[in-house]
Design a protein around this ligand. Structure first.
Ligand code: FAD
Length: 530
């Protein structure tokens, strides 16, 4: 591939000096891809959170694993340079940034791999670490009628980015997170070695990289398990006035056998008022169905709870069979009578539901607002306390504000900030303790996501401070919890986060990235020169 150098034409000596530097570094790295100066305006210094802007030295668009290996080796040859893989930059707290280092844009490798295989009689797909899950979905379904088993809610995330965290959605209760649904990785380690790893081949690297926050290697290829894709989804929302009833049903559903539960179970918290963004109207899937608050009991509090469920079926299934199966499952639940909303959508349409919310939010100019989000895993034993203190008090939307919906009927007001609290339970079963993901101890735990879209200004700082308070409160009260997509600053906090896995995490770092070159934006280890 011909090299393309950033910013060729300039009007100042300083800029042409920078271009000389870029040319020199490009030639010395012998890249097949391209390189650009780090620029405060480039994607490399931004992320979805919009809370930090950190300037790298160079942004590299590699052509593949060999380029990445060259960049890592070049960084290793210096006393201070670091390397951050950037997936789609959907981190909140600068995790994919490299202060004065190399940022590698993994999206440029997105098309490198796409090969269907059968391993031990089961279908798998080899995909690039830089591929977006939405592309994996589209291509797998349209070409092979197959689909990965475990998803994230939002699919404009990269394969390598979510595998470096966990990758969770409403299928995780059945299949585990995405990290439990890959059988092989190709990884460029912090020494620049290109290594294939799996449960049986270099297992320490394989399990280390899964949920490893990018600390042990850059994932350039992943082998993802597939299953036949359904054609259609019955998408259902049921509303609860009481948290105890909501959690009882959620925990019941995630504990059932495959044919005795839904194919997807999530939940969220919403305001008990008529606010179009955060209140009753935001729950209805079908605009023809109206939310009737008269169904609610008198005793109801300031927030309500919604279980979001999905039932997969094929076009060849009889409608009466689908209706019967759904009725049987819904019939066992204790939601408020009359507060049910449902619709049938294609499987692709269901999985792309957040994309539609993104399109709406972009059209209304709120998508690019800062996002002081907080994600946690909270053990079942502590979720009632969490509800009392966080859902009902600390994280109330201010002035009936802040929400983002995952349905296309979203009413968006760009002068408002919005929030969404996702809250759903999963079980330890299906999460492999050999991976680097840190989990609470309880067998069932909730994935809690406080998702805020806040206009630029003082409210952003306020929300960041509120997040800190929530974490401090969890620690002080001794809750069984872990941050998901963690973002600590102090080593002590990281040690507490990993708990008894910390020694293993440190050992893996010493083995695979001894100079702490990789993923500096996580701020776990300091770059060394040994
Ligand atoms: P980036 O943010 O670019 O990178 C994240 C970290 O991984 C960085 O440290 C980076 O250096 C490292 N990294 C990136 N690529 C690689 C690679 N190939 N190899 C090794 N390390 C790498 N998460 C869920 O689990 N479920 C959800 O439903 C979900 N929904 C989301 C919706 C939205 C709108 C957003 C913004 C985020 C959501 N997330 C969700 C969080 C998401 O998983 C993280 O943001 C994650 O970081 C993936 O994003 P990314 O691919 O853009 O990675």
């Amino acid at each position: 591939m011909i090299a393309c150098l950033g910013r060729i034409v300039h009007d100042s000596d300083a800029e042409s000096k920078l271009d000389d530097d870029v040319s020199t570094i490009f030639n010395s790295l012998n890249l097949q891809g391209s390189i650009e100066n780090g620029d405060v305006f480039s994607i490399a210094s931004k992320d979805f959170g919009g809370l930090y802007s950190i300037k790298p030295l160079y942004l590299i668009r590699p052509s593949g694993a060999e380029d990445i290996s060259r960049v890592v080796k070049a960084a290793a040859g210096t006393p201070h340079l670091t390397v951050a893989a950037r997936g789609n930059g959907h981190s909140i707290n600068g995790q994919a940034m490299a202060d004065g280092g190399y940022v590698i844009d993994m999206r440029s490798t997105g098309e490198n791999h796409f090969k269907l295989l059968t391993v031990n009689g089961s279908p798998c797909i080899d995909v690039s670490g830089g591929a977006l899950w939405e592309d994996v979905l589209r291509r797998c379904v349209s070409r092979f009628g197959l689909a990965p088993r475990s998803w994230t809610d939002y699919l404009s995330l990269t394969v390598g980015g979510t595998l470096s965290n966990a990758g969770v959605s409403g299928q995780a209760f059945r299949y585990g997170p995405q990290t439990s649904n890959v059988t092989e990785l190709e990884v460029v380690t912090g020494k620049g070695d290109i290594t294939v790893c799996s449960e049986t081949q270099n297992p320490e690297l394989f399990f280390g990289a899964l949920g490893g926050l990018g600390q042990f290697g850059i994932i350039t290829r992943a082998r993802v398990k597939l299953q036949p894709a359904p054609d259609m989804v019955r998408w259902i929302r049921v509303v609860y006035a009481e948290f105890e009833e909501f959690t009882r049903d959620a925990e019941f559903l995630v504990s059932q056998k495959e044919d005795e539960s839904f194919d997807y179970v999530e939940g969220f918290v919403f305001c008990n008022n008529d606010d179009p963004v955060n209140g009753w109207p935001s729950v209805q899937l079908n605009p023809d169905q109206e939310f009737n608050p008269a169904h609610l009991p008198q005793t109801v509090g300031p927030v309500l709870y919604c279980l979001e469920l999905a039932f997969h079926y094929r076009n060849s299934d009889q409608p009466s069979t689908v209706d019967m199966a759904v009725s049987r499952l819904v019939g066992g639940l204790g939601f408020v009578d009359g507060l049910i909303s449902q619709m049938d959508v294609s499987y692709m349409g269901f999985l792309r539901r957040v994309k539609r919310a993104e399109q709406d939010a972009k059209a209304n100019g709120v998508w690019d607002n800062p996002h002081p989000w907080l994600n946690l895993f909270v053990s079942k034993s502590d979720i009632v306390d969490f509800d009392q203190t966080v859902f009902k008090k600390m994280s109330q939307p201010h002035g009936a504000q802040e929400w983002v919906r995952t349905v296309s009927s979203t009413v968006v007001d760009h002068n408002r900030s919005r929030w969404r609290i996702c809250d759903y339970s999963v079980r330890h079963v299906g999460w492999d303790s050999r991976t680097s993901v840190a989990l609470p101890e309880g067998e069932i735990f909730y994935i809690v996501a406080l998702l805020r879209f806040v206009p630029k200004g003082p409210s952003v700082e306020k929300k960041v401070a509120e997040n800190r308070e929530i974490v401090k409160w969890c620690i002080k009260e001794g809750l069984d919890f872990k941050l998901y997509l963690p973002h600590y600053r102090a080593k002590e906090d990281w040690k507490r986060h990993f708990g008894n896995q910390w020694t293993r995490f440190e050992k893996r770092k010493a083995n695979f990235d001894p100079m702490a070159i990789l993923a500096p934006g996580q701020r776990i280890f300091k770059r060394t020169n040994q």
